[in-house]
Design a protein around this ligand. Structure first.
Ligand SMILES: [Zn+2]
Length: 80
């Protein structure tokens, strides 16, 4: 009878495109980002009723797309 040590692995999944990256450490893969959108959820009268924060783990490609969209948003003045 033998014993094999199986190293612990961590599987990261992009919340946008669902691509996976498997690593031996739980440190986020290189160039991946955690995007946090802090917001409140509101009741039918418009009052904030609970935390509606959204957190996304994004791969390198989705990170690039999100950064481009944010830069476009920053460069576009609001209509009102
Ligand atoms: Zn992705």
């Amino acid at each position: 009878m033998s014993v094999a040590k199986i190293p612990e692995m961590f599987e990261f999944t992009c919340d946008a495109c669902m691509i996976k990256d498997v690593k031996r450490s739980n440190i986020r893969p290189k160039y991946w980002v955690r995007l946090i959108l802090e917001r409140d959820d509101h009741d039918y009268q418009g009052a904030p009723c609970e935390d509606g924060t959204v957190t996304l783990l994004l791969c390198r490609d989705c990170h690039s797309k999100a950064a481009d969209m944010l830069n476009t948003l920053k460069a576009t003045p609001h209509a009102d």
